[in-house]
Design a protein around this ligand. Structure first.
Ligand SMILES: Nc1ncnc2c1ncn2[C@@H]1O[C@H](COP(=O)(O)OP(=O)(O)OP(=O)(O)O)[C@@H](O)[C@H]1O
Length: 230
């Protein structure tokens, strides 16, 4: 579904990604793990077209989207969920969900959103300022699905959340996958990553150092946590 071929990215003279190649198949959940500064956020932003000082190819559903603006990538079904969650503080949950126009090929109805995110139904009249971190994360995911994304690019959805909420986010990601959505997510909690994802890429200093399956991540959990400094 997504094929990244020799993608490099720069900030001025500084190179943040070095010829990254990886693939995500339709219906998979794939994680990107790596130390701070390894290039994970830059990779997701480059795939969405938000970071433009890049070289290499991003193919989505068989078409080269490397030169398209972010809104045109969104129209094809790419959806970016930023780490700051981007919730409009003064709008209610439902306004946050309905304000952005549908862009992608499979926009979710409000009912579909609320079935997958029952907590958001309960909180639908609450303003963004009153939401917990977990609720904001759910809203951020739900909004991109509502807009019609087929592939979610999620920047560390579990960051700063309690173990119970992390479990809930895991359940939501599995549910989203069951509804035909593909996910590429940044995840430092390798234990959680192995329970929710199908495969994993380890990024180190801007390149793909390793590709791992769940069995390998589970077997090396201790070593990986040490390496990541967690
Ligand atoms: N706006 C920027 N200007 C200059 N350099 C940047 C900028 N954003 C990131 N970088 C650099 O690019 C490299 C990759 O950063 P990136 O944020 O993609 O890493 P990351 O793996 O997502 O790390 P983190 O988990 O800390 O966000 C780092 O060396 C970082 O310092």
């Amino acid at each position: 579904m997504l094929r990244i071929d020799r993608l490099s990215a720069w900030y001025g003279e500084a190179r943040a990604l070095r010829e990254v190649s990886l693939e995500v198949g339709e219906g998979e959940i794939v994680t990107l793990v790596g130390r701070n500064g390894a290039g994970k956020t830059t990779l997701l932003r480059s795939v969405m077209g938000l970071h433009t000082q890049v070289e290499g190819t991003v193919e989505f559903l068989g078409a080269d989207v490397s030169r398209l603006a972010p809104h045109r990538r969104a129209r094809r079904g790419l959806g970016y969920v930023p780490d700051d969650r981007g919730v409009y503080a003064n709008l209610s949950v439902e306004e946050n969900l309905t304000l952005p126009p549908a862009a992608g090929p499979h926009p979710w109805s409000l009912d579909q959103v609320y079935e997958t995110f029952p907590r958001l139904r309960e909180r639908r009249r609450s303003p963004g300022t009153k939401l917990s971190g977990g609720e904001q994360q759910m809203l951020s995911l739900a909004r991109v699905l509502r807009m019609g994304a087929r592939l979610l690019l999620c920047d560390e959805p579990t960051e700063g959340l309690s173990p119970l909420i992390v479990q809930q986010i895991g359940g939501i990601l599995r549910d989203v996958k069951a509804q035909g959505v593909t996910v590429l997510l940044i995840e430092q909690n390798v234990h959680f990553a192995a329970t929710v994802a199908d495969r994993h890429y380890l990024l180190a200093e801007g390149h793909v150092a390793e590709s791992m399956d769940n069995a390998e991540v589970k077997a090396r959990e201790h070593e990986l946590l040490g390496y990541l400094g967690i």
